[in-house]
Design a protein around this ligand. Structure first.
Ligand code: MG
Ligand code: MG
Length: 262
């Protein structure tokens, strides 16, 4: 049966999760300022780590399960969990940046996929629609709905475009631990799965591909990429379940402020 149980949060805990989550958004906005063709993924990672530590927090991913960096940077056919290094970002790349923070004992977790330079129109659409699917999923993150309603919202929206919905990786509860119950798949059937209730905080993170949904892990033990080599997009928000309307704890507004100026 289920291992562990859902950890319900108090309002005080939700405010601490909001603080950690907002710091992720601010960090990704700093990264967005220097994300251009020619920059190394290692440089993005170092900027993020310094920014997080300057704000009295710790990188949430560094050391988690042995992950060696602050950011997961996944380019083009890489879906998630890419390790920053000497790779240079190229014009036309799409770059998924997933960032975690740990502050006051609580984790922030949010991700954004950036289009760098001239990206093919069909790939730009993939990014736009993946983000749209995240917000459709968030509409379902309310008291009385179930986990399957969230997955259905993503799947139902994305499959009409012929996109692949990654099965092997899912969203999750988040709190004092980076990954808590329940799992939040990006596929599912309406009215099925764990019931959503007040006090639950979850990370919703559609991972959507331009082709088939099958993924494989690289020999580095981390990077997940599409088997067919087609690009994948990934957007993630940390969300508190509420009555009537979900409470999005993370934000893309700092990021998009930067992008709109470019
Ligand atoms: Mg994440
Ligand atoms: Mg996550």
């Amino acid at each position: 049966m289920s291992q562990g149980s859902i950890q319900y949060k108090t309002e005080t805990e939700i405010e601490l999760l909001r603080e950690s989550s907002l710091l992720v958004g601010k960090t990704l906005a700093e990264v967005a300022k220097i994300l251009k063709p020619g920059v190394s993924t290692k440089a993005l990672d170092q900027l993020a780590e310094t920014f997080i530590r300057d704000h009295f927090a710790l990188p949430g991913f560094k050391g988690y399960g042995g992950f060696p960096a602050t950011l997961c940077i996944s380019i083009n056919d890489e879906v998630v969990h890419g390790i920053p290094g000497n790779r240079i970002v190229q014009d036309g790349d799409i770059v998924s940046i997933d960032c975690g923070t740990y502050k006051n004992g609580y984790y922030g977790d949010s991700a954004y996929t950036f289009a760098v330079g001239e990206v093919k129109p069909e790939v730009k659409l993939l990014l736009q629609r993946t983000k749209e699917s995240l917000y459709l999923a968030i509409e379902q993150a309310i008291v009385g709905k179930r986990v399957g309603d969230i997955g259905f919202a993503v799947q139902n929206y994305c499959e009409q475009f012929g996109y692949g919905i990654v099965r092997d990786l899912v969203g999750h509860g988040v709190g004092k631990n980076l990954h808590e119950k329940p799992e939040i798949p990006n596929f599912g059937r309406r009215g099925t799965g764990a019931k959503l209730s007040e006090g639950m905080v979850i990370a919703i993170e559609p991972m959507i591909t331009l082709g088939d949904y099958n993924v494989k892990q690289d020999s580095d033990g981390w990077t997940m990429r599409t088997i067919d080599g087609l690009p994948a997009a990934h957007f993630e928000h940390e969300v508190a379940i509420r009555k009537g309307k979900a409470d999005v704890l993370s934000t893309f507004s700092y990021i998009e402020e930067v992008l709109n100026k470019q």
